[in-house]
Design a protein around this ligand. Structure first.
Ligand code: FE
Length: 144
C-alpha cells in the first residue's frame, strides 16, 4: 500500500506562530502544550484508561505512546515506561519551580507533554513518563 501524502512535508501543516497555535487548540490544550502547563492529577481523561491503542500528540498527531507501555503509577496522570520510539519524544533538562526535572516534548512539533522520572517499573525500564492527558489524543486499536 502506498501512502498518498508521502510527497507532502507534514511539517508544513504545523502552526508557525503562537497565534496559529492558539487558534488550533482549545484553552486547556494550549496552556499545557504551548505554555508547559500541568493538568491537575486525577482530572485528565486518560489517567485511568486501559483500552488498547495509541496515544498521539494532541498538537500535531504524531504517535507517541502505546497502551502496551501504559501502567498504573498511582500519580493521577497517564504513565508509560517508554515512548513508542526515541524518534518521537525529546527530553530537555527543566530547572523550573525549584526542581531539577526532565521535560518530555513531542519531537515533531516541540509541544510540552510532561516529565520523565526515574521511579518507573523496575521490571522494565525503571522510567515513568508522566504525561498530561491534555497533550494526548487516544486512538483505539481497530480489532473488529
Ligand atoms: Fe506534536
Amino acid at each position: 500500500m502506498s501512502e498518498q501524502s508521502k510527497t507532502e512535508n507534514p511539517e508544513q501543516n504545523l502552526p508557525k506562530s503562537d497565534d496559529e497555535w492558539r487558534e488550533n487548540l482549545d484553552a486547556e490544550r494550549y496552556h499545557v502544550l504551548r505554555e508547559k502547563g500541568t493538568e491537575r492529577a486525577f482530572t485528565g481523561k486518560y489517567w485511568d484508561l486501559k483500552d488498547d491503542g495509541m496515544y498521539h500528540c494532541a498538537a500535531c498527531g504524531e504517535a507517541l505512546f502505546s497502551s502496551d507501555t501504559k501502567y498504573d503509577s498511582g500519580s493521577g496522570w497517564p504513565s508509560f515506561d517508554q515512548p513508542v520510539s526515541g524518534e518521537s519524544v525529546g527530553e530537555i533538562s527543566d530547572h523550573s519551580h525549584g526542581m531539577i526535572r526532565t521535560e518530555v516534548v513531542c519531537k515533531k512539533c516541540q509541544s510540552h507533554l510532561g516529565h520523565v522520572f526515574p521511579d518507573g517499573p523496575q521490571e522494565t525500564t525503571g522510567l515513568r513518563y508522566c504525561i498530561n492527558s491534555a497533550s494526548l489524543d487516544f486512538k483505539k486499536s481497530d480489532d473488529d
